[in-house]
Design a protein around this ligand. Structure first.
Ligand code: PEP
Ligand code: MG
Length: 596
């Protein structure tokens, strides 16, 4: 039988989660459902409406069931996406428009829903905003589920994955990922997404190799094709020859022992050879992650994202819930410090009853501190919860998306007001609670010297800082080549923020994904950062490289980096430096430089 099969086809994507794996491709074709289009008689209308509403109810039940089944805390922290999907299922437009179409046009539910989707799609397309495109993919995901329920088809094509496969999808939403039996997933490959997109962050925290933003994955790859992927470099080979497979496997063999060996660095101090001590901390979203943070050697929590408290529900968390959650956090991490970031809602995360998801440009919209200062009652409840928890351990407050001094002053005024009211009620709290600013917007970094007088510490959020400084959407694969952590502008900003912080006598932390990359960590050390906060799993490898370094040499390395004009020149120099300075450590990652 003549089967057309491509052999040894190399495709380049974006390395999103490190690791080399070989496996059969499992193509997720969730949207490919053939829809029956039928006209119905007047007498069938109510039955058809009922069928549609039943499919909606079934979809809701399924999402709830999926959520209940997630026990792994690493996976569960991403489960708010299921709530977003559940909210879409309640969307007035989606429901009412479809029901109206069934009634007015006398068509079956599938056809009516398809017409609604077309309308919504046209609206989304007209906006052409990347963030909204993400919402559009959520909408399609939900619609796919409703269609399958209408058609009586089963959804669990994904859950039934058998054997180890590499899942290939156009866009893998966290909801898809959450439904898979992850024991059978060796890797992920997607058409869209960038290094800091949700799929990327999720696969990293699950430790599953992933290549995203491949653009052509689903059109080039057929189910059952053999794939070899390198989640570090973004290379994907379709149906590799034995020789190519072996060369990838050889690289994998060289990398593997390092992964295990590196864990022993977890418990050692984060101190350079010339005695400079930094703090490596964990970014977490749930108290349950503290054990992992400790196991990986975190000295405290540098970023506790509080969004999850708000996203799993329709109502708002009460002051008591805030208090109990934060108390659990500080008690568990004691005597180390927990840094609680106040609500960073907006952008791509919305609250059920406060959704401003009609913003045309949500990344620049009413998000984070802007939202908190507008919806002050929500902010106050959170601050009161934080204050009450502050006597149970060491806790500090971090304000997200600061773009001007007034925001800090207003936030501090509200905090003072809350302190006074707690004092009146004789409720104890830490009078000297520290308050810090996230530096992730260029206007904030520019006035870092001014801001430094207002706060006790800085935390640089490079995920957003790079996005805003370089005008590159952090989740858009079309511009991901421009998302350059080593861009001279980014390095200059960090250098300036550290200087401004230190001149004012306050510590400067970094809590963006950049801190989790050992090669960047060496540069960040040389730039003078005091604290590095990252996903717990990355702590040992960063600790290892920092412990092998001398602060003085990283300072002169940084001086040299500033001589270059482009990120690629800086990167090339840095690779060479790393390979020469740490022979053996980076061979598998930079084979070319190692040969030179
Ligand atoms: C950042 O922007 O770097 C950051 C740590 O915050 P988030 O990824 O939650 O926006
Ligand atoms: Mg941010």
């Amino acid at each position: 039988m003549a089967v057309h099969q491509q052999i040894n086809k190399f495709v380049q994507g974006i390395g999103a989660s490190p690791g080399i794996v070989i496996g059969k491709a499992y193509l997720v074709e969730r949207l490919k459902v053939r829809l029956p289009q039928k006209r119905i008689a007047r007498s069938q209308i109510e039955e058809e409406v009922g069928r549609f509403l039943h499919a909606i109810q079934e979809s809701q039940d399924q999402l709830r069931e999926i959520k209940e089944k997630i026990l792994d805390p690493e996976v569960r922290k991403h489960s708010f996406i299921l709530d977003v999907h559940s909210m879409i299922l309640k969307d007035e437009m989606l429901l009412q428009d479809t029901v109206d179409t069934i009634r007015k046009k006398k068509v079956n539910a599938e056809w009516a829903l398809d017409l609604t989707l077309e309308k919504l799609d046209t609206a989304f397309k007209a906006i052409e905003d990347e963030y909204l495109r993400e919402r559009r993919s959520d909408l399609h995901y939900v619609a796919g589920r409703i269609f399958r329920n209408l058609l009586g088809k089963r959804h669990d094509d994904i859950t039934k994955i058998k054997g180890k496969v590499i899942v290939v999808a156009h866009d893998l939403s966290p909801a898809d990922t959450l439904q898979m039996n992850l024991e059978h997933v060796a890797g992920f490959v997607t058409d869209i997404g960038g290094k800091v997109s949700h799929t990327a962050i999720l696969s990293r925290s699950l430790g599953i190799p992933a290549v995203v933003g491949l653009e052509v994955a689903t059109s080039l790859i057929n189910g059952g094709d053999l794939l070899v992927i390198n989640g570090e470099t973004g290379e994907v080979v379709i149906n590799p020859t034995e020789e190519v497979s072996q060369s990838f496997l050889e690289r994998k063999r060289r990398t593997k022992p390092i992964g295990r060996e590196v864990l022993k660095y977890a418990s050692l101090p984060a101190e350079t050879r010339d005695g400079v001590r930094v703090r490596l901390q964990a970014n977490i979203e749930m108290v349950e992650e503290i054990s992992s943070a400790k196991m990986h050697g975190a000295e405290g929590v540098g970023l506790y994202r509080t969004e999850i408290l708000y996203l799993n529900r329709k109502d708002l968390p009460t002051e008591q819930e805030h208090f109990e959650t934060y108390r659990g956090l500080v008690e568990n991490i004691h005597p180390a410090t927990a840094t609680i970031r106040t609500l960073d809602i907006g952008g791509d995360k919305f609250l059920a009853n406060y959704s401003k998801n009609n913003e045309l440009n949500p990344a620049l919209g009413l998000r984070a501190i802007r939202f908190s200062l507008k919806e002050t009652e929500i902010f106050k409840a959170q601050l009161r919860g934080i204050l009450q928890a502050s006597v149970y351990g060491n806790l500090r407050i971090l304000l997200p998306m600061i773009s001007r001094v007034e925001e800090i002053r207003q936030a501090k005024a509200i905090l003072e007001e809350m302190k006074r009211s707690l004092a009146r009620a004789k409720i104890p709290f830490d009078e000297k609670i520290k308050i810090g600013a996230m530096i992730e917007i260029p206007s904030a970094s520019d006035i870092a010297d001014i801001l430094a007088r207002e706060v006790d510490f800085f935390s640089i959020g490079t995920n957003d800082l790079i996005q805003y400084a370089l005008a590159v959407d952090r989740i858009n694969e079309h511009v991901s080549y421009l998302y350059e952590p080593l861009h001279p502008a980014v390095l200059r900003i960090i250098r300036w923020v550290v200087r401004a912080g230190h001149e004012a006598g306050i510590p400067v932390a970094i809590c963006g994904e950049m801190a989790a990359e050992p090669v960047y960590a060496v540069v960040l050390l040389g730039l003078g950062l005091d604290e590095f906060s990252m996903n717990p799993v990355s702590i040992p490898k960063v600790k290892k490289v920092l412990r092998m370094s001398r602060f003085e040499e990283t300072r002169s390395l940084v001086e040299q980096l500033f001589q270059f004009s482009t990120a690629s020149e800086i990167e090339a120099f840095l690779r060479n430096w790393m390979v020469k300075r740490f022979p053996g450590e980076f061979i598998e990652r930079y084979p070319e430089e190692s040969k030179a």
